[in-house]
Design a protein around this ligand. Structure first.
Ligand code: ADP
Ligand code: MG
Length: 249
């Protein structure tokens, strides 16, 4: 897949629950390097759309392409193996493990197939060096042997970035990552996602409009299962139809 091919391409996705059209002919793309935010009122079909992308639910009609490859009928595990939807858990750190070992676990999850023929001691060295390189990138090399529980709050966020980097997904699918966070946490998460999108593009479902406006390179608005508008933050903010249907003025 070249730079022009969207990382993710949805064509006319449809999913009904009985008479309810939860997603009704939804098409959108996610390109390399961008955050594409999907907004819309409760019940609009955002989570149903994300489920069709991750493979948790199959669409009734339409097509999904990932890195130029048709994945519409692949199951969730296969899609995850291709690097889709392996979104990080924001609190996935193991507290009693060192920063280094937390990153090593993520590296191991990703690489165990290609490296299984190494002798265990060599394999450990590969993991340790790989982990330390990533810790260096996020500025935590000097804290590598500290248990993650003993890191400061800010250091833990950096370690979460390191773990996400180690998993190397090709695309992040995030459904309301800001939910339940205070203003400070949300601000930190915005910075975190800015760093993350340089590694892989992000399809972001989010209610927190400050976060959406701060992060999104493009925005699509879903209402009753249909995308009613798509464009830059500026275009969407000034779209009268969107203001009426969703932004509440
Ligand atoms: P959003 O995430 O935008 O709030 P959802 O995708 O969760 O919306 O839901 C879209 C619509 O589909 C809602 O009306 C919801 O009640 C309905 N829905 C979602 N999942 C199911 C299901 N498994 N069975 C029946 N109806 C569902
Ligand atoms: Mg939802």
């Amino acid at each position: 897949a070249d730079r022009e091919t969207p990382v993710l391409e949805l064509n006319n996705l449809r999913k009904s629950f009985g008479a309810l059209k939860a997603t009704d002919d939804v098409s959108l793309t996610l390109r390399a390097g961008e955050v594409h935010a999907l907004i819309g009122p409760n019940g609009a079909g955002k989570s149903t759309l994300m489920a069709q992308i991750s493979g948790r639910t199959l669409p009734d009609a339409g097509r999904i392409r990932f890195q130029g490859r048709e994945i519409t009928r692949l199951n969730e595990v296969r899609r995850a193996q291709l690097g889709l939807g392996r979104s990080f858990q924001i609190s996935s750190l193991i507290p009693e493990y060192s920063a280094r070992r937390n990153v090593m676990l993520a590296l191991q999850a990703r690489q165990s197939h290609s490296f299984r023929f190494f002798k265990p001691t060599l394999w450990d060295r590969v993991l340790i060096e790989g982990a330390d390189d990533i810790l260096e990138r996020v500025g935590l090399r000097g804290r590598a042997s500290v248990p993650s529980a003993e890191l400061s709050h800010g250091e833990r966020r950096l370690l979460e970035i390191a773990v996400a980097l180690a998993l190397e997904p090709k695309c992040f699918l995030l459904d309301e990552p800001m939910a339940g966070m205070g203003a400070e946490g949300a601000g930190q998460l915005v910075s975190f996602l800015r760093e993350l999108k340089t590694q892989a593009p992000i399809l972001l479902v989010e209610h927190d409009m400050d976060a959406v406006f701060a992060l999104a390179d493009r925005l699509s608005v879903l209402v009753y299962g249909r995308i009613i508008a798509s464009g830059s933050v500026e275009e969407i903010r000034n779209d009268p139809q969107v203001r009426e249907a969703y932004l509440g003025d």
